[in-house]
Ligand binder design. Structure first.
Ligand SMILES: [Zn+2]
Ligand SMILES: [Zn+2]
Length: 249
């Protein structure tokens, strides 16, 4: 097996002994993994993610960079890590998650993907960007729409699209099962949930998305949220004040 860098390998190896052979036959199984780099940008303290694997191919999720130094920080990471950006993805299209779309799209010339129900949310941003203090916001429209369960492919990696409405009508998350990672935007936070008072938001729909879809993932799933720290499905299932599942005795 040819591998480009040991950095990308999990430290798991198994020794397998052949029953018939005199000499033990050692077989190594290398698990390819993704790496997730987090940046926190703009006054909303929004988390921007670069996800990449051992091939060097990468996707940028929710680029919130607006100021020149924020764009520089993101681009320098991509350059110094020798990454090739293949896709631009938005979990949803509130202003804090879309400020850097134009920068990424124009710099790397990659397809931009959202869920179709986020299109009006995205198109509304230009009408209020100045009022929020972002007069230089430049609109970028999507090239393709993602559907629920649709795989997102780059390098050797497949992430699955999960439709998680409630905070925004076409809010999606990206689940990578091999690493137990969910990039989930503003659905579920450490001890909190996304707000539901914005246009297209609905509290009951959000709770349903979390309890029926996010909480159906393994407890050890790491939740990379759109704001704040990472958490896990198991932790939030037990302790989240808004959506914990009561333990029945
Ligand atoms: Zn949001
Ligand atoms: Zn947000």
């Amino acid at each position: 097996m040819v591998v480009s860098s040991l950095n990308f390998l999990l430290n798991q190896t198994f020794q397998v002994f052949s029953l018939s052979a005199q000499r033990p036959e050692r077989i190594y199984y290398f698990y390819k993994m993704i790496k997730i780099e987090t940046f926190t940008f703009n006054p909303f303290q929004e988390n921007t993610f670069v996800v990449y694997d051992e091939t060097g191919e990468a996707v940028v999720i929710d680029p919130g960079c607006y100021e020149a130094h924020e764009k520089k920080e993101l681009a320098q990471f991509i350059e110094s890590s020798k990454l090739t950006v293949k896709l631009l993805l938005n979990t949803h299209c509130h202003i804090d998650h879309v400020l850097g779309n134009h920068f990424i799209k124009s710099k790397y010339q990659v397809p931009f993907l959202i869920h179709e129900k986020e299109l009006p949310v995205l198109q509304a941003v230009k009408s209020y960007a100045s009022n929020y203090g972002f007069p230089l916001y430049s609109e970028t429209l999507p090239d393709l729409f993602l559907k629920e369960h649709q795989p997102v492919l780059f390098g050797n990696t497949t992430m699955l699209t999960m439709l998680l409405p409630g905070h925004a009508p076409g809010h999606i998350g990206f689940y990578h099962s091999q690493s137990n990672s969910l990039l989930s935007g503003d659905v579920l936070f450490e001890s909190s949930i996304g707000r539901t008072d914005l246009p297209g938001g609905d509290y009951n729909t959000l709770i349903k998305s979390i309890q029926e879809k996010v909480f159906a993932l393994p407890d050890e799933t790491i939740v990379y949220a759109g704001h704040g720290n990472t958490t896990t499905v198991g932790e939030e299932k037990l302790t989240n004040p808004f959506c914990a599942i009561p333990v029945t005795r």
